[in-house]
Design a protein around this ligand. Structure first.
Ligand SMILES: Nc1ncnc2c1ncn2[C@@H]1O[C@H](COP(=O)(O)OP(=O)(O)OP(=O)(O)O)[C@@H](O)[C@H]1O
Length: 308
């Protein structure tokens, strides 16, 4: 599979709101790309434009080098889940999918295959109106997979899922990428993306703030904070000056503990050894994707709580 999503210079205004302000990124095949940003950053609008549901004022959105509207059999190229609530509550899960399959000229047997795929085979003949949000998400994903698409785009698929559902979703998204599909997943749950996304596109105020491999993003934000534990009483008088001489910013956090910034762990060890300060621990902090995200989006949050 070789299809990508290519978003280039999208602009979209709703009245006085500039929802998209030059949104540009690519989602290549074979990996999970996380699409993250604060409320109102433009994630849903971007996905709607890619799917031809909203028209951009400027810019282009292509799937496999073609605009969505020109695809011959859209469900066979791109599968999407934007709103899990969008179903006929009186239809059974199977009939919902049968109706969709029929409208796209897809064989009826695909409905049973995708119900199996998402773990809903046992409730195939239950009315979807009674489904929990997590089950609706699964049904929405089953619908997205009907045409065996090469591109998959899911808006907040973890919404309403219980822990078991979240574990299932993680494995499912990884398997989609492993089979060569281009996968775009929006989420507020940064912890979830850390486990599954290879790459993240971070957006704020309608444009891209960061477009990077998860590993690179974490390294850039880690900031090299290191915790040091010395022998009792030697943190202030001996370790701190030695580390400051080596160029570190040092905060003494206890009688035998220090927090060091601006010096990698190996150089912290070297400085302590040179000064003859015994220590029992030198540990580098690993930034989480959540920390990286908060740092990147600090200036892009539309609604920020003001402490009173
Ligand atoms: N149909 C619409 N009419 C008016 N304004 C809209 C419409 N759709 C989106 N907007 C506005 O455009 C901006 C971008 O919204 P969008 O839903 O794309 O953001 P988002 O990143 O998906 O946010 P969330 O995480 O809250 O879903 C917001 O300010 C939103 O209020």
């Amino acid at each position: 599979m070789t299809d990508s999503i290519i978003v280039d210079g999208l602009r979209k205004r709703f009245g006085s709101t500039l929802a998209l302000d030059g949104m540009s990124f690519t989602v290549p095949p074979g990996r999970v790309t996380g699409f993250v940003g604060p409320n109102g950053a433009g994630k849903s609008t971007t996905m709607r434009v890619v799917l031809g549901l909203d028209r951009a004022d400027a810019g282009t959105a292509l799937i496999g080098n073609r605009p969505y509207r020109t695809l011959d059999r859209p469900l066979c190229t791109v599968g999407s889940l934007l709103d899990a609530g969008a179903l006929q509550p009186s239809r059974t899960a199977r009939n919902h999918l049968l109706w969709l399959a029929h409208s796209q000229g897809l064989p009826a047997r695909r409905t049973d295959e995708v119900l199996d795929l998402v773990g809903l085979a046992s409730v195939a003949r239950t009315r979807a109106g009674g489904f929990s949000l997590g089950m609706r998400q699964r049904l929405g994903i089953a619908a997205a997979m009907l045409g065996d698409p090469s591109v998959v785009m899911l808006d907040e698929p973890f919404n309403g899922m219980d822990p078991e559902g979240i574990i299932w979703m993680r494995g499912f998204l990884r398997s989609l990428a492993a089979s060569g599909r281009a996968v775009l997943v929006s989420s507020h749950l940064m912890g979830e993306l850390q486990g599954i996304a290879d790459h993240v596109v971070v957006v704020g105020r309608g444009r891209v703030i960061a477009d990077a491999a998860v590993a690179d993003l974490l390294a850039s934000v880690a900031g090299g904070r290191v915790t040091v534990r010395t022998a009792e009483g030697r943190a202030v008088a001996e370790a701190a000056p030695a580390l400051r001489d080596a160029g570190a910013h040092v905060t003494v956090t206890g009688n035998d503990t220090l927090l060091v910034a601006g010096l990698p762990a190996e150089r912290v060890v070297n400085a302590l050894n040179r000064a003859g300060v015994p220590f029992s621990e030198v540990s580098a902090h690993r930034a989480t994707l959540e920390e990286a995200y908060l740092e990147l989006t600090r200036d892009a949050v539309e609604y920020q709580g003001v402490p009173r």
